[in-house]
Design a protein around this ligand. Sequence first.
Ligand code: NAD
Length: 250
Amino acid sequence: MQRFQDKTVIVTGGGGGIGGATSRRFGQDGARVAVFDMNLEAAEAVAAQIRADGGQAQAFRCDITDRPGVDAAVAAVVERFGPVDVLVNNAGWDVFKPFTKTEPAQWDKLIAINLTGALHMHHAVLPGMAARKAGRIVNIASDAARVGSSGEAVYAACKGGLVSFSKTIAREHARHGITVNVVCPGPTDTALFAEYKEGAGNPEKLMEAFTRSIPLGRIGQPNDLPGAILFFASDDAAFVTGQVLSVSGG
Ligand code: NAD
């Protein structure tokens, strides 16, 4: 029996680097994977890879900032695959600029995607999980939430908000058999990180600085993240909730 056999899993931002690696790992471990992304083409490519590997997956276009769209996509998952057992809130976006050079409209967009979007997803799945007295939620924050990160002030604030939101939802919903935990990636080699490097102006120097500052001596790869995410989503973590784990090379 595979670890996530007969489990329905939603991964938001599932068409991206970390979300794609996570979706594929769930697929290999037997889950029915709902790959959510505002970029349907990217989500479809991931779902197609999972099916080609013998797994079950379907792509869903879902912009997590659009509440009616979130509700419709979650309802479509329940109809296609059955009730949601696991939600991984992974979709994210960033602007890489000193705070005083950012505009309020950018803060609104950052908050809408990185914080409010995750709230919509929780709001859409929690009642069903509570009714079934079972559910696992894994939220992808960032080491920027723990230690700060120059050029990412509002993003870091959103991720910090997501951490404290997760701890609170973990307390509120523990009696319903739902666990909520957080994984904080460090710098990880994805499209988002490529934009960060560009924003920094001198990508080579930045990489050298990261490599020097990370005890394990390299930035992360998308495949470094699914181990921790699937642990929190699994029965092995049945007695673990409200916790935050950095996967960042130390
Ligand atoms: P990525 O750009 O490869 O993937 C992000 C995905 O989210 C994309 O497919 C994008 O289309 C999707 N997305 C963006 N806005 C969306 C929306 N409104 N609705 C639905 N989908 C949306 O980036 P990644 O590095 O894989 O990021 C995954 C998560 O990891 C994010 O939450 C990010 O903040 C976090 N993170 C990444 C790093 C890093 O260095 N890469 C570090 C810390 C935290």
